[in-house]
Ligand binder design. Structure first.
Ligand code: GTP
Ligand code: ZN
Length: 367
């Protein structure tokens, strides 16, 4: 895990080269989505479904209504603390005000009582920032791992929310939530026509060329589609390689600025040069598009080849953090093709690819 030193200066941790999902750690899935999209409905549904997991759910909720919200309590000093509610099926639930990290820390003291954590963010949260907190919080890092980011979208109001103009330089939160997602759930399909639904789908796809899209009413999903996605670990090395081949670059659609860019380059890369390239892109933000606007990456994925490694290496990035992990997948006789997918703002494929080839690829002019 690597981190921009400009932030709170947490310790830099060496890149983890263990293949496969973390052993003995508890998965966390972040449930995000714009105000009222159906996040709490999804969590309530998951809590009441039949499954063999003991799930701990952290709700970000202030509204009235759900009985689950009673777990939110205010101490005499006025600060909020959470109380865990144990449900009949063995699940745990609590409701919090902030980003939920504290609640997870408290929850970890109840280790053994649950085996999965679902965290709802507020509708306006930047899930990328929440996700990256798990990577930096060393204390939590050994106990939990981020399994995936699920974004719930309102089929009826989603397009309107995506079209909301933000002040200069700010990204529309709804678009950012889609950009960072591993899975999107287009909910409230009962409220729209086929054509309206298709437009929402096309728009989601135009922002994120990688994401899986499912449609629901009342957030009723097959649990296996939401849990254990392994979006960030290298267990899925082979799957990711296949998936990346299918990614189509997208064209700016509603939110004019966020889109997906992808390219394939055959050959081996210099590991140092790749780190420098990613850091220039994510931290220094020195790359600009043809209009001179700085490129800003929200999500990054890739499979890359290093000359001295027989295994494929997976690249994962969210926000300003990224990881390179060796997968269990050998290149063997497969041609060594680096595949990269960038989701973000002001991205220009030609400029990115040119820079990548001239600085990161071994055997090109500079190397
Ligand atoms: N018609 C319709 N209404 C739905 C559906 N799913 C959820 N709702 C309603 O939409 C409202 C908002 O749902 P929530 O689950 O609270 O949404 P949320 O994303 O948690 O909302 P916030 O936490 O306030 O951002 C509730 O009144 C739900 O009953 C659906 O598929 N169709
Ligand atoms: Zn909610």
């Amino acid at each position: 895990m690597m981190l921009d030193e400009d932030d709170d200066c947490p310790e830099l941790v060496p890149i983890d080269t263990q293949p496969g999902p973390p052993v003995g750690q508890i998965p966390v899935t972040i449930i995000t989505g714009y105000l009222g999209a159906g996040k709490t409905t999804l969590l309530n549904y998951i809590l009441t479904e039949q499954h063999n997991k003991r799930i701990a759910v952290i709700l970000n909720e202030f509204g009235e209504g759900s009985a689950l919200e009673k777990s939110l309590a205010v101490s005499q000093a006025g600060e909020l603390y959470e109380e865990w509610l144990e449900l009949r099926n063995g699940c745990l639930c609590c409701s919090v005000k902030d980003n939920g990290l504290k609640a997870i820390e408290n929850l970890m003291e109840k280790k053994g009582k649950f085996d999965y954590i679902l965290l709802e963010t507020t509708g306006l949260a930047d899930p990328g920032a929440v996700a990256s907190m798990f990577w930096v919080d060393a204390e939590l890092g050994s106990d939990i791992y981020l399994d995936g980011i699920v974004t719930v979208i309102d089929a009826k109001y989603g397009l309107q929310q995506l079209a909301e103009e933000k002040a200069d330089g700010l990204v529309n939160e709804a678009a950012r939530q889609i950009a960072v997602a591993d899975l999107t759930i287009i909910n409230k399909t009962d409220l729209v026509t086929e054509e309206e639904l298709k437009e929402v789908k096309d728009t989601v796809r135009s922002i994120n060329g990688l994401v899986k899209i499912i449609e629901t009413q009342r957030s009723r999903v097959d649990l296996s589609e939401v849990l254990d996605l392994h979006s960030f670990d290298s267990k899925d090395g082979a799957n990711l390689a296949e998936k990346l081949q299918l990614v189509k670059p997208t064209r700016a659609h509603l939110d004019k600025s966020i889109l997906t860019v992808t390219f394939e380059i055959a050959g081996d890369l210099s590991e140092d040069a790749l780190n420098a390239f990613i850091q220039d892109l994510l931290w220094e933000k020195i790359f600009c598009n043809k209009e001179g606007q700085p490129m800003s990456v929200i999500r990054l994925k890739g499979i890359v080849s290093f000359a001295d490694k027989g295994h494929q290496v997976m690249l994962q990035g969210v926000h300003e953090l990224y990881e390179l992990n060796e997968t269990q997948q050998l290149w063997e006789e497969n041609p060594r093709i680096n595949r990269l997918v960038f989701i973000g703002r002001n991205l220009d494929k030609d400029i990115l690819q040119e820079k990548f080839v001239s600085t990161v690829l071994l055997g090109s002019e500079k190397n």
